[in-house]
Design a protein around this ligand. Structure first.
Ligand SMILES: [Zn+2]
Length: 289
């Protein structure tokens, strides 16, 4: 059984007097426990302090990072704003071109009239950026659609321009115009559905517009006939040729040689009987010279 009480003897040097201290076991235990608790407390504080100083460094790092990101965000917002401006200018130009081309008004996009200074709050700033990006994407889609429409329109115009007969099919002089006239063979009044251009036999005859040869053969009255289909309802006829240089289905350009002047068919002398028809209706070729 352990003792209940301890005695501590203190003997100072050069003295005979002995000092004694009585120490109860319970007191000793209390002192030891207090010491241990104190040590534990100090350790906890030290760990805590270490952690706080680590957190502080991390906080500083994060603060710097946040500031950098905010600057970056502002820069992006400014860049986006520039892009918006450019898109607005593009939209205006697009609208002008559409007016010139007499196309319908473009669809309204959401770009015009929204904006303002960037928000302070980062969260709203992000959603604002997202919104602006969505708007720009939408605007780009609209522009693309519109540009395709304009391009289609211009292609049509160009094809129409290339398809519409223009100029003289042969070098010569007009001997008979379009309209009612006295028939040179029986003297009766008859509709002349084309124009006669006299020239020497063998003189080249040219297509007056781009197209595809739809006839290249001898036809009643016309003699050796070339017909070119230009699309958009236009067809040109070149009659009384001495020679034909093209085949049915062949593509020809305006100015391509299709035949040579002759006197075949119902003809009184070498000339080209030139017809311009739209949707089958003969038109006055003089309007296309
Ligand atoms: Zn004629």
């Amino acid at each position: 059984m352990p003792a209940k009480k301890f005695t501590i003897l203190v003997i100072p040097e050069g003295s005979h007097r002995v000092r004694r201290f009585g120490l109860k076991r319970s007191l000793l235990r209390t002192v030891l426990a207090t010491g241990l608790l104190f040590l534990l407390g100090v350790t906890v504080l030290a760990v805590d302090y270490y952690r706080i100083s680590f957190d502080r460094a991390e906080l500083q790092r994060l603060q710097v990072e946040t500031r950098t990101q905010q600057t970056e965000l502002r820069r992006l917002a400014a860049r986006l704003s520039d892009l918006r401006q450019e898109m607005v200018v593009l939209a205006q130009n697009d609208a002008k071109v559409r007016v010139m081309a007499k196309l319908s008004k473009p669809k309204i996009d959401t770009l015009t009239g929204v904006g303002g200074p960037p928000e302070e709050d980062v969260a709203t700033e992000f959603s604002e950026l997202q919104r602006q990006i969505d708007q720009i994407v939408q605007a780009i889609d609209l522009r693309r659609e519109s540009q395709e429409e304009i391009q289609g329109f211009l292609n049509d115009q160009r094809s129409l321009l290339a398809a519409k007969p223009k100029g003289w099919p042969v070098k010569g002089w007009i001997t008979s115009s379009f309209g009612m006239r006295k028939d040179p063979f029986n003297g009766g009044r008859k509709m002349h559905e084309g124009m006669d251009i006299a020239s020497r036999t063998g003189t080249p005859v040219f297509a007056t517009a781009d197209g595809i040869v739809s006839q290249a053969e001898t036809a009643p009255g016309y003699g050796k006939l070339v017909v070119v289909d230009h699309g958009y309802g236009y067809k040109t006829y070149y009659g009384h040729n001495s020679k034909i240089f093209v085949k049915v289905g062949q593509r020809v350009k305006r100015g391509d040689k299709v035949s040579a002047v002759g006197n075949t068919g119902r003809s009184t002398g070498p000339h080209v009987h030139y017809e311009v028809r739209r949707n089958g209706v003969p038109l006055n070729p003089r309007k296309f010279l």
